[in-house]
Design a protein around this ligand. Structure first.
Ligand code: PRE
Length: 294
């Protein structure tokens, strides 16, 4: 049976993303994003699902950096999930939840709820966890402490917690993109109702810092009328001012245009690596509609 690693434990947003694309495969939770990626490269699992970008907080740098510097896996698919954050508490604390002293969650989830936290729990400390699911698990296991978790409704059910406040994220349009990683390129399971299009992701390193270098790179896409859906620069970690660019092109790898861009960039002495050409899915279903097959 196909095995899928995801950022666990049960009840994370990553699990929601994973269930939607792999409803009947064996889903295995891992503690951290690097653990998920290592599991693929060691052939313990076939695919890993990890978060890569959130509407409010931006890129998940750990995923990008580990993909570039540590485990060179290929992006085989992408799934976008609406993110609704809930304040979860143990049933022991329902009478006086505003006396909560500490809020546990993933740093992205805490950042998505700053306005709520500043107005309703201004004195609460934050405790950063590996995932929203592990925060919910911790709160469930410590019923006597005045603590809360920021997590989703799946976690509330999984860990038997009470939703003290619903939808506490600061912005309506809160979504996270997750990538499906594998050692090689392979076709994705059929998910026609979620399919929204294809993308190709390239990593580009400039030969040196010279005037107009990035302009030249972007021109190679522009004059071919290729639509870029994202461009991100990350430090190469070799010295201040050294960056690489991760560029998402809103189309499938073809035989003419993208190979043409790659050849042109290589002629400019850029280093170009294909990180994947893959289908993208978008999940607009509510958590209630997600059926967990065990
Ligand atoms: O902690 C989780 O539930 C995750 O799946 C991780 C993660 C993230 O890395 O951004 C995913 C979606 C939410 O934005 C918050 C946390």
């Amino acid at each position: 049976m196909t095995k899928i690693a995801y950022l666990g434990p049960k009840g994370t947003f990553t699990e929601m993303a994973t269930i939607s694309v792999f409803p009947s495969e064996e889903r295995i939770p891992f503690r951290t994003i690097p653990d998920c990626m290592d599991a693929v490269s060691k052939n313990i699992v076939d695919f890993a699902v990890v978060p890569i970008e959130n509407t409010i907080e931006g890129s998940v740098n750990l995923t990008l950096d580990y993909l570039i510097h540590n485990q060179k896996l290929l992006i085989n698919g992408e799934i976008t999930v609406p993110i609704e954050q809930q304040l979860l508490i143990h049933s022991n604390n329902t009478k006086n939840w505003t006396a909560i002293k500490k809020v546990y969650s993933h740093p992205h989830a805490i950042a998505q709820c700053h306005t709520f936290l500043r107005s309703l729990l201004p004195d609460a400390e934050f405790e950063y966890m590996n995932s929203t699911g592990s925060a919910a698990d911790y709160v469930a296991k410590n019923p006597d402490q005045p603590i809360a978790a920021i997590a989703n409704e799946l976690a509330a059910k999984e860990y038997n917690l009470v939703v003290a406040e619903k939808n506490i994220h600061d912005y309506e349009n809160n979504h996270t993109r997750f990538v499906i990683l594998k050692n090689e390129s392979s076709s994705m399971p059929e998910s026609p109702s979620y399919y929204i299009g294809d993308k190709t992701t390239l990593m580009v390193t400039l030969p040196a810092d010279y005037p107009g270098a990035l302009h030249h790179v972007l021109s190679a896409f522009a004059w071919r009328k290729l639509n870029l859906s994202k461009i991100e620069s990350r430090p190469m970690k070799t010295g201040l001012g050294n960056y690489f660019f991760v560029i998402d092109v809103a189309m499938k790898m073809d035989e003419v245009l993208i190979p043409g861009v790659i050849a042109e960039l290589e002629a400019l002495k850029c280093q170009v690596t294909l990180l994947g050409s893959y289908p993208c899915y978008s999940l607009s279903k509510k958590v209630d509609e997600i059926r967990v097959e065990t």
